[in-house]
Design a protein around this ligand. Structure first.
Ligand code: M6R
Length: 366
């Protein structure tokens, strides 16, 4: 059942190139328009949306953080991302032109479902993004996109996360097109680049395993680790830290790199691991200067950098290279080595990577 892999987590990580491909199959019509009929809303109806909430928990919430960047930049619709457990107990501003996007691998997370019900009563349209056909999230939403991850067995979400990001990216492209912000030509180009991430993930498997192993050795004996990045890199960091603590029980925190000076830099002492997302982006130089401050205090820096970036070696002790990719798609590629890193550290620390203590695959009670 594990297909020759030692654990489900590794098997599922290696399925990710396929998940990207399958989630995109049939989504681009020959006329260059995106085909997401299951959403059940016309271009005109999409065009009136003026506020979006993405609600989810855990890893699915992190997929929402990535989507916010894309939706706001391509469709210019204000988008908030909120933990379903918070959203359901406050009084969010909802009008008939509000869209709520509920993201849930299992499709049965109690807080996410409660938030969907509440949002619909208040008059919002609700789209579900789930991995489980016919699940409560799918049944109770106005429209649904299925992530094509297939059954995910390891408690730690990996392939479903990638499926969620790809699905949310499609939604952001569709909204951008409906709002008249993206041309058909731009959508087609972005769609093809999105598809290219499948081969880029495979390239990470083919070239970066040794680098990931070395980085894991650097983390395994630590008391704590800090993940930092900016923009997409911050969202990637939040998920990287969750994955590490979930499977290896090593305390990890993630911060937007610009926040370091406002507190977390006090943690840095010689040998403290800082895992930084330094892929090429508009804020690359800013992240590097934050890292210099960590380096000056003796941090052990593990950088996720873009292939060809030799300069980063001046401050990083370990570098994991990611194929060049547009910043908008960097979460799809850069998240993968962080999953592998978490798994390796967990194995070095003697943990059961498929079934971490205290956690369940579906959280069906509050
Ligand atoms: O099934 P869901 O996507 O609604 O689950 C949400 C979280 O419980 C889930 O993502 C959790 O954080 C994972 N174990 C993380 O790997």
């Amino acid at each position: 059942e594990k297909g020759g892999y030692p654990d489900f987590m590794l098997k599922e990580i290696y399925e990710q190139p396929r998940v990207v491909r399958d989630t995109l199959v049939g989504r681009l019509a020959p006329n260059g328009e995106l085909d997401i009929d299951e959403l059940g809303l016309s271009f005109e109806e999409l065009n009136v949306i003026d506020r979006i909430y993405v609600i989810a928990c855990g890893t699915s919430y992190h997929a929402g953080l990535i989507a916010k960047n894309l939706i706001e930049s391509w469709a210019r619709i204000p988008c908030e991302v909120e933990a379903a457990s918070e959203f359901r107990y406050r009084d969010p501003i909802i009008t008939p032109s509000t869209l709520v996007v509920a993201v849930s691998q299992s499709g049965e997370t109690a807080d996410t479902l409660a938030a969907i019900r509440d949002a619909r009563i208040k008059g919002a349209k609700v789209f579900g993004i789930t991995n489980v056909i016919g699940s409560p999230v799918a049944r109770e939403s106005d429209g649904v996109i299925y992530t094509k991850a297939n059954k995910e067995i390891a408690v730690a979400s990996t392939k479903s996360f990638i499926g969620q990001i790809v699905s949310l990216t499609l939604l952001a492209l569709l909204l951008g097109q409906a709002k008249g912000r993206l041309t058909t030509g731009q959508v087609r180009m972005l769609f093809h680049e999105l598809g290219d991430t499948s081969a880029q993930i495979q390239r990470i498997f083919d070239t970066q395993l040794d680098a990931i192993h070395e980085a894991a050795c650097a983390c395994q004996g630590a008391q704590s680790a800090l993940f930092v990045g900016r923009g997409m890199g911050a969202a990637i960091s939040y998920e990287g830290a969750l994955k590490l603590k979930e499977v290896s029980y090593l305390h990890a925190e993630a911060y937007a790199a610009g926040e370091m000076k406002h507190g977390p830099i006090a943690l840095i002492e010689p040998g403290f691991p800082v895992i930084a997302v330094t892929t090429k982006s508009p804020t690359y130089d800013k992240v590097v200067s934050n890292l210099k401050e960590c380096e000056a205090r003796g941090a052990r820096i593990i950088a996720l950098a873009t292939e060809g970036d030799e300069d980063i070696k001046r401050i990083a002790d370990h570098v994991i290279y990611i194929p060049p990719v547009r910043d908008a798609f960097s979460a799809i590629t850069a998240s993968v080595p962080l999953q592998l890193l978490a798994r390796e550290v967990a194995l070095m620390r003697g943990c059961n990577v498929d079934q971490p203590r205290n956690l369940a695959k579906s959280v069906t009670v509050e």
